[in-house]
Ligand binder design. Structure first.
Ligand code: UT7
Length: 351
């Protein structure tokens, strides 16, 4: 009799768990944070080290200045500053984080991952840590990863961090690239919710095309060309970029994937409160804006102050909109990223 009762109650419990497992879980953005280093480098500063001018840089890119990390600041240091702000804004205790995902192309060291340094600096232990490398599409890829892991009920509170010390892989003798980049980090806390009303991730679209892998590449230091005196003297440990080809691809690809995600959700860009694209060049942002048919007020531009900070650029932009009270509860935002790989992604978010 006792046994029968036990089996009965355990079956009931199973049924309850089974029901919970079948009910859909949603993902809420709990908090956003960002960090840029203190040191400001203006276009005039750069014109003292390469043959360029403030006028050329502003006209061709929209950039006025960028932030550059101190020599003893690593990517994980930038990420930790952004992560602490995101967790504070999320009102979540660091111990409640159960996974760290880090999108970076400038890991502190080649091995191990930057995520493990972030874990230790945050005082966390044992939780899984994972880096991924998709360059400037890091926000959109990270959101898709975090969403899948939360929806599958494997994780509850994910710390997604995107950060780069691009100044460490920038060739400061190459005027066609060094004027573009800056250092920075952004972080988002994504958490599980059973309440559909609280769902922040409406949809995500991702893509990649390895045929264009040479358009932006850091050629040496990997298994293809291990570091040697020759690779150093040939400056192959810095980013190489085909600017004009990338420009064309960026406009086409970001426009296409933004349109794809809007179409498949029966929305138009004008249904969005804001459009936040990767900040690679003001002219690229404006061309995508024109293609989507939205007014300039709906498009966030931070490139003039920070340059291209890779994957963190979209998070820094989102954070600035939140801080300025422009993104409020219920705001809908379309984010679009594009980067080395080539990779791309778009996400529709609801705050
Ligand atoms: O995160 C994603 C990866 N990056 C991108 O998406 C970058 C996409 N590309 C771009 O943003 C633009 O192509 C650049 C800003 C990199 C370059 O602008 P552009 O209008 O495409 O210039 P260009 O490369 O066609 O060069 C035009 C001229 C050239 O001189 P000549 O050959 O016409 O005499 C360059 O040598 O401008 C010259 N130039 C410069 N002049 C002054 C190139 N860089 C500079 C410079 N200052 N910094």
């Amino acid at each position: 009799m006792r046994l029968k009762k036990l089996i009965f109650s355990s079956n009931r419990k199973h049924k309850k768990i089974g029901k919970m497992k079948n009910s859909k879980r949603f993902v809420k953005i709990l908090g956003v944070g960002s960090y840029v280093p203190e040191k400001v480098v203006t276009n005039d500063d750069l014109s003292k080290i390469v043959d360029t001018s403030d006028e050329w840089i502003r006209a061709r890119t929209g950039i006025r200045e960028r932030r550059i990390a101190a020599s003893d600041q690593t990517t994980s240091d930038l990420c930790v500053c952004a992560a602490r702000k995101a967790m504070e804004n999320a009102s979540i205790a660091v111990d409640d984080i159960d996974l760290i995902l880090t999108g970076t192309i400038t890991s502190d060291v080649v091995l191990p991952s930057t995520s493990v340094f972030i874990q230790t600096k945050l005082g966390l232990k044992n939780i899984p840590c994972l880096d991924y490398n998709v360059a400037c599409s890091g926000l959109q890829y990270g959101i898709e990863l975090a969403r899948s892991l939360i929806e599958s009920r494997r994780y509850k509170n994910i710390l997604l961090v995107c950060g780069d010390k691009l100044s460490a892989i920038t060739d400061w003798e190459d005027r066609s690239t060094c004027i573009l980049f800056g250092d920075g980090a952004g972080a988002i806390v994504l958490s599980a919710t059973e309440n559909e009303e609280e769902n922040s991730i409406i949809d995500v679209v991702l893509g990649a095309n390895g045929e264009h892998s040479e358009l932006i590449i850091l050629p040496a230091g990997g298994s293809r060309e291990p570091a040697s005196e020759k690779t150093v003297s040939e400056r192959k440990h810095f980013m190489k970029m085909s600017g004009r080809d990338l420009f064309r691809e960026a406009v086409k690809i970001m426009g296409n994937c933004a349109q794809e995600i809007l179409d498949r959700n029966g929305m138009s860009a004008n249904d969005m409160d804001f459009v936040v694209t990767h900040q690679a060049n003001w002219r690229i942002i404006d061309a995508v804006r024109e293609r989507l048919g939205v007014s300039p007020e709906k498009v966030c531009v931070t490139i003039e102050k920070y340059g291209n900070t890779s994957a963190s650029s979209c998070i820094i932009a989102l954070d600035s909109l939140i801080k300025n009270g422009k993104i409020v509860r219920g705001s809908k935002v379309l984010t679009v990223g594009f980067g080395a790989g080539l990779t791309w992604g778009a996400a529709i978010l609801k705050f």
